[in-house]
Design a protein around this ligand. Structure first.
Ligand SMILES: Nc1ncnc2c1ncn2[C@@H]1O[C@H](COP(=O)(O)OP(=O)(O)OP(=O)(O)O)[C@@H](O)[C@H]1O
Length: 545
């Protein structure tokens, strides 16, 4: 069916009033083209189900989430739903003649089998979160496909698709497109955009005889990263700066990661309305007391932090971090983490520090610490090394305790027994033992204390990660670190000043804020009475003084 010239441009017209407006409704139901741009509202477009004659529907720049009304538009040829909030890939029954679809700038994560959409000629999927290209094998008319700015790592079943133009620009965000595997049989391809990826081999592309244009811009940086001893590239001298840039891009040192994170958080803070914080403001004589447990994933620091907050509930409370990962079985929202979506995480803006770990985001907010401080308690958090590095740049001056597994095999067995991690994740966690070890050796004083967790028997460790005995000694170390002050476990070699000593206000004994009278004192028979008493005496002395 060819499009005639009846077009409605609604602009700011509200669709909810269209539901009750008969005149308007009859006009719309007879038109074949509808443009609804830039309403920027959460749009319920179910009313469009009545407009069965539509051939062209443009709904870009709204906040649409549901496209099921398209199922009622059998004549639709062109659909533009770019810049919306759609997560369901082609979430409607296929209009028989649907030729052009633009899904760019949405939140698609997965493609699906597209055999029912045989008429498709052009498909735009830029700026989504797709990881795989698949499901297109029956699209025997598809000549244009654009999947730029996603996180594509694999391309399947394009062999029978008559693509002429394929855009895979910038699939280098988190995941990486490293080869041209899956493109070898695109016999009709004319133009291929592979810029800003990590392509290191073009194997198979030499058989694509119609390929006239290929864009490999900004893959060189990856080549420099892969072959760091290169001195000439494309007949040009490779400079040291280029090499450093390539390393900072593809395998940045942790300091660089932390510096970037800190800079980003500062920028966010400047852009956000300023809060006035009263309880954790830095003060010359008594910085807000805070404890950070760090170490590789699953080393037990989270259990340790929770145990510590339970057993010393008059002194510590756990600072819950925000994360985009799904909760594990039994995890409690608001206690273990604040579990939020990617969008919510972005909307929160400024954190004290953030980290990307295992494909998920984690961020410690100032509010999380303030919530604890307002109760008159010291805040206890746990995090990976990147977080520590970033936090060290903030105005806070926590004490840092490193928990490090000593027997790699046992640690590995323990991670396995959790049934939560893939082999790759376990290997990544294992490789970080060395990272932490090196850090501790090379930067004396970086951690205030180091606790080596033996994990002699993984089964036992799983059941009771911190035995009474362990807890006493660990807690004692922590108390020493927090309240006896800056005694370093290692003496810095001559000429090297521990980093923490250079921080403003360091060298001063931190004290806990006074305990509110309504909070109960530790019960008789609590696991560590002597430590609690010692602690209380210290707090009393310091508050009286
Ligand atoms: N704000 C943060 N900054 C840095 N690292 C963080 C932050 N929050 C959490 N992490 C770390 O990210 C890693 C992954 O967190 P996750 O909660 O998924 O770990 P886990 O599998 O439950 O193991 P663990 O027992 O170490 O918590 C952990 O090592 C955790 O300490």
């Amino acid at each position: 069916m060819e499009s005639n010239s009846v077009t409605a441009f609604i602009g700011m017209y509200s669709l909810s009033s269209a539901k009750n407006d008969e005149q308007y409704n009859s006009l719309l139901s007879s038109c074949d083209c509808l443009l609804l741009y830039y309403l920027h509202i959460v749009l319920d477009i179910s009313v469009l189900s009545n407009y069965v004659h539509l051939q062209k529907l443009e709904l870009s720049n709204n906040r649409i989430t549901d496209l099921s009304c398209v199922s009622h538009m059998p004549f639709l040829v062109i659909l533009d739903v770019s810049h919306n909030e759609i997560s369901d890939f082609f979430g409607f029954d296929p209009p028989k003649n649907l030729k052009e679809v633009n899904f760019s700038y949405n939140i698609l994560t997965q493609m699906k089998d597209m055999s029912a959409y045989e008429a498709l000629v052009k498909l735009e999927l830029d700026h989504n979160r797709l990881k795989r290209i698949h499901g297109l094998e029956k699209c025997c008319k598809l000549t244009y496909l654009s999947v730029a700015h996603n996180t594509i790592t694999s391309i399947c079943s394009l062999d029978d698709v008559p693509l002429k133009d394929l855009n895979l620009d910038n699939n280098n965000r988190g995941n990486h497109l490293t080869s041209t595997e899956g493109l070898e049989n695109l016999k009709r391809i004319h133009t291929l955009d592979l810029s800003v990826n990590r392509i290191s081999s073009l194997a198979g592309l030499n058989n694509l005889h119609l390929l006239g244009s290929i864009n490999l811009e900004r893959n060189q940086k990856y080549l420099l990263f892969l072959i760091q001893h290169l001195t000439l590239l494309d007949q040009e001298k490779v400079t040291i700066e280029e090499k450093v840039l390539s390393i900072n891009k593809y395998d940045p040192p942790l300091d660089v990661v932390a510096a970037r994170d800190h800079m980003t958080q500062l920028m966010y803070q400047l852009m956000q309305p300023q809060h006035l914080y009263d309880t954790t403001l830095p003060s010359a004589d008594a910085p807000y007391p805070m404890l950070v447990l760090t170490g590789p994933q699953g080393c037990g620091k989270r259990e340790m932090a929770h145990r510590l907050c339970e057993d010393f509930e008059d002194f510590f409370a756990y600072g819950s971090v925000h994360t985009t990962r799904e909760p594990y079985f039994g995890e409690v929202n608001g206690s273990d983490y604040h579990f939020v979506s990617e969008e919510e995480f972005e909307l929160l803006g400024a954190f004290l520090q953030t980290v990307q770990y295992g494909g998920h985001k984690y961020g410690l907010s100032r509010d999380a610490i303030e919530d604890v401080a307002r109760e008159g308690l010291a805040c206890c958090v746990q995090m990976e090394l990147e977080g520590v590095l970033s936090l060290k740049k903030s105005i806070f001056e926590p004490r840092y305790i490193l928990l490090i597994p000593t027997i790699a095999e046992n640690y590995k067995a323990m991670l396995r027994s959790r049934n939560l991690y893939t082999d790759a994740q376990i290997e990544a966690a294992l490789s970080r033992i060395e990272l932490y070890d090196n850090f501790n050796r090379e930067r004396p004083g970086f951690f205030n204390n180091v606790i080596r967790c033996g994990t002699p028997n993984p089964e036992l460790f799983r059941r009771e990660p911190f035995s009474h005995h362990n807890l006493i000694s660990i807690s004692f170390l922590i108390m020493v670190a927090l309240f006896i002050g800056d005694k370093q476990p290692h003496q810095a070699p001559a000429g090297i000043t521990p980093l923490s000593d250079r921080r403003p206000g360091s060298g001063i004994k931190p004290v806990l804020p006074p305990i509110p009278p309504e909070r109960k004192t530790p019960q008789v028979g609590s696991p560590l009475p002597s430590l609690s008493r010692r602690h209380r005496r210290h707090v009393q002395a310091s508050t009286q003084g």
